[in-house]
Design a protein around this ligand. Structure first.
Ligand SMILES: [Zn+2]
Length: 276
């Protein structure tokens, strides 16, 4: 009985902990070179500062925009200098604010082909934004000497995008990977999905892509993917850049793939039964 209540406490702590972090403000910080984190305690937003203005990846929910703007300004940058706007994937926790940011800054919104429909969707909670440039797998986005590569990592959404870029760290070059999402959400149907028939094959492709990316700086659409808060504490304590974590990246991708494959096998045994 006691054990059960402890488990329940842990479970609710995890759920509510994540909920608290979702909209919780934290100060923006430098990840490496010209790459900054300006999101909430869990919903990641990245700012790439260049001499020709800034690239922003993700906007979170509309209600998180004041916190994001504050982080940008506190780091000494101007929100109005946002020239290019990108997303990890077309879900509200990463893109609900894109229409607003686009209107307020005039930034050009660039989205992976298969997520464009959702980005322009005006249904409740969707951004209803105009996509200025449709991206395809392997396309590059360039601004002021910084180049990002859009890797299609589908499954979580059909146009889910993992962004990579190279940044300088003193004398060396670091490969940054911003994982779009490898997660099978509750309710997802992997077998016999009429709206997204190739969903399982897409996840398989995604893991092949993720395993093939060189990674020094391990980042993602949620801080929880890469243990952001714990790494930030380490950084504040003076550790050498804890976001340089190639082994953490490999372990994360392996764990997510094994979780996906277990769920896929379970659904093959129980067709029509969605992910818990
Ligand atoms: Zn999502």
């Amino acid at each position: 009985m006691r054990r059960l209540s402890v488990l329940l406490l842990i479970a609710s702590g995890l759920i509510f902990g994540q909920g608290n972090n979702m909209h919780r403000e934290i100060p923006g910080f430098n990840v490496a070179c010209n790459l900054y984190y300006v999101g909430t305690a869990d919903l990641a937003v990245y700012l790439i500062n260049t001499p020709q203005g800034n690239i922003m990846i993700n906007t979170d929910y509309k209600q998180d925009l004041p916190a994001i703007k504050k982080s940008i300004e506190q780091l000494g940058f101007k929100y109005g200098d946002t020239k290019v706007l990108l997303i990890s994937h077309a879900h509200g926790d990463h893109d609900e604010g894109t229409g607003v940011v686009q209107k307020e800054t005039g930034a050009k919104l660039m989205v992976m082909d298969a997520d464009v429909g959702e980005e322009e969707n005006t249904a409740r909670g969707r951004p209803g934004a105009h996509v200025d440039r449709v991206l395809h797998d392997g396309d590059t986005v360039e601004l002021g000497g910084s180049t990002l590569v859009a890797h299609l990592t589908p499954g979580h959404t059909p146009g889910c995008t993992t962004w990579t870029m190279q940044v300088r760290d003193g004398s060396r070059t670091l490969n940054a990977v911003i994982v779009g999402s490898p997660n099978v959400n509750p309710g997802y149907i992997l077998v016999g999905n009429k709206n997204y028939p190739q969903i399982a094959d897409d996840y398989v492709k995604t893991f092949t892509v993720l395993k093939g990316l060189p990674c020094d700086l391990f980042l993602g659409a949620h801080g929880a993917y890469f243990g952001m808060l714990a790494k930030l504490d380490k950084m504040k304590a003076g550790a050498s850049n804890p976001f340089i974590d190639p082994n953490g990246y490999k372990a994360y991708v392996a764990e997510r793939e094994s979780t996906f494959r277990k769920e896929w096998a379970r659904q093959q045994q129980n067709p029509g039964s969605p992910a818990p």
